[in-house]
Design a binder for this molecule. Sequence first.
Ligand SMILES: [Zn+2]
Length: 343
Amino acid sequence: MPRRAEPTRWRRAAARVLAATGLVLCTTGAHAEAQPTVPTLQLAFVGDIMLDDGPGQTIAQGRDPLAGVAPALRRSDFAIGNLECPIATTGQPLPNKVYSFRAHPRVTEVLRGRFQALSVANNHAGDHGPEAFLETLAHVRRAGIQPFGGGANLREAHAPVWLEKHGIRVAVLAYNEFKPRQFEAGPEWPGIAWSEDEQVVRDIRAARAAGADWVIPFMHWGWENETEPSARQRQLARTLIDAGADLVVGGHPHLVQGAESYQGKPIVYSLGNFVFDGFDQPINRQGWLLRLTLSKDRLLAWDTLLTETDDAGSPHLRPGVRTPCGQPGPLGPASVVGHCSPP
Ligand SMILES: [Zn+2]
């Protein structure tokens, strides 16, 4: 759907916020468009992207599992997801894992131009060992996408991905805390960033000190198939916000979990599955596409769009369902978590 044809609560919410903050609304032709006098940046986050098995077969047959969601991704300046599989031809499946994924390098063609950054901080990035992990990073970079939450060593794994537009600088960090821990990067060996509280807090402060206007941790956490966030997720989200994170986004449990506001900062606990097959229960087929509109110092609006995977694991937008969103409130323009009807 062309962006202009979207007369949405998204736009209405943004307009309401802009009006409340003294910004200007301009009318262009028949379409009343919010034209902020301050520069803005739009981010999109999605959950688990697994391109082996069903989605891999779809791509091998020359079809595009992301066709249904590509327009929604394109509307953001930067789209970020969690790559829940190695992309490689090297390596051997780990003998002690029930599911050891490995996608063919051809799959990067459906990611190219749609994602600007992909987290590898998850419990599948190391499914085929360190060689396949490093090959994955190379394929992702070759597709013009920045991998983060993992790297050739500990320092690289803990480095944020930097996204910048109109002088608005966003640092996104990624961590896994779902076993196995054997994929963790070390001082001189490749792997992912592990969610160790002290380390994450240090990274958040370092990103802020390095000039980030926005610091966003993207967590791979929680228990699979639990509809509510765990006490650990709630505690850690608060720790990260107390340390300076501007909002917290998560995934892994194979379903969407709730969202809430803490200190005026949104926490979206789990975005659920985005591209993934092999799930029979409807609840596991749902995911959220999180959209954020940021100025240099304000979260102007955020919302989530419901997606649902088909039998092949390809996502499709499901409009008309009320999902979490940020609405203007006493703690900030978009701090209050409500439920909105999507476009
Ligand atoms: Zn996972």
